[in-house]
Design a protein around this ligand. Structure first.
Ligand code: NDP
Length: 241
């Protein structure tokens, strides 16, 4: 019996990454789940899955996890570079260590993730890179200065990769969600910035479920390889900005 191809996901321990792992697993794909909280991913108990404790800042860890999973399930056919960190903050007051963390995880971490599968996809002339940006990669928001910078980076790199990889038939899909219900707000230390975000979120009636984003990714992936959804921008209907 031929098996569906391997899907790899960073940031699979919670939120959108976890929902995407569940969606692809339900659709019959083996999944490689990568994040730092191994126990959370193991607790999902997904069939034909490998959970790897990976920090996306460590290029070698991602490469090793991909190699081990490919040895068992064959080549990665979609890499979801999803791991990311949001630390809202007033740019004049925010500790630059928080800038460093966001830049390292959201930009270099994404490139480390892409690097682990790029050569293979080019050689096979197929594959999909799903790149997690944000609506904050399309426009700026108060308290999001560095976060927006990292997500604009993802948009820019993704468009360049899309053009480059089009010659090889490899797809690059950008995700630009608005407010989604996940653990994303748990890492902000600036109380005022957090309160302002939460007030706006309450005004729009809350965020939408991560499953909705996961199902869109699955639908886009399931199109024939010669059909590319270049970007998915999905927000709560009542999200104004
Ligand atoms: P969560 O906080 O629920 O998920 C973030 C995931 O990233 C976790 O699995 C976390 O795992 C992982 N992660 C963070 N840092 C690292 C690291 N250094 N190495 C490996 N994994 C890491 O939030 P979301 O699901 O919302 O976030 C997923 C992506 O979606 C992010 O890139 C975020 O910017 C983006 N996004 C989210 C939106 C929202 O409203 N929720 C809107 C637009 C974009 P662990 O801590 O176990 O390592």
């Amino acid at each position: 019996m031929s098996r569906k191809p391997l899907i790899a996901i960073t940031g699979a321990s919670s939120g959108i990454g976890a929902a995407t792992a569940h969606a692809f697993s339900k659709a019959g794909h083996p999944v490689l789940m990568m994040a730092r909280r191994l126990e959370k991913m193991e607790a999902f108990g997904l069939p034909n899955s490998i959970c790897a404790r990976v920090d996306v800042r460590d290029r070698a860890q991602i490469a090793e996890a991909v190699k081990a999973a490919e040895g068992r399930f064959g080549p990665v056919d979609m890499m979801f570079a999803n791991a990311g960190l949001l630390r809202l903050g007033d740019i004049a007051k925010q500790d630059p260590d928080e800038w460093d963390e966001m830049i390292d995880i959201n930009t270099k971490g994404v490139m480390n993730t892409v690097h682990a599968v790029l050569d293979g996809m080019i050689a096979r002339k197929r594959g999909t890179l799903a790149m997690m940006s944000s609506i904050a990669g399309r426009k700026v928001y108060p308290g999001h200065t560095i976060y927006c910078g990292t997500k604009y980076f993802v948009h820019a790199v993704s468009e360049s990769l899309r053009e480059y990889l089009s010659d090889y038939g490899v797809r690059v899909l950008v995700l630009s969600p608005g407010v989604i219900e996940t653990e994303v707000l748990d890492h902000t230390t600036d109380a005022d910035a957090l309160a302002s975000y939460k007030a706006n979120k309450a005004r729009m009636g809350g965020g939408i479920a991560a499953d909705i984003v996961a199902d869109l990714i699955l639908n886009a992936y399931q199109l024939p390889q010669n059909a590319l959804v270049q970007e998915i921008c999905i927000t709560p209907t009542r999200q104004k900005f």
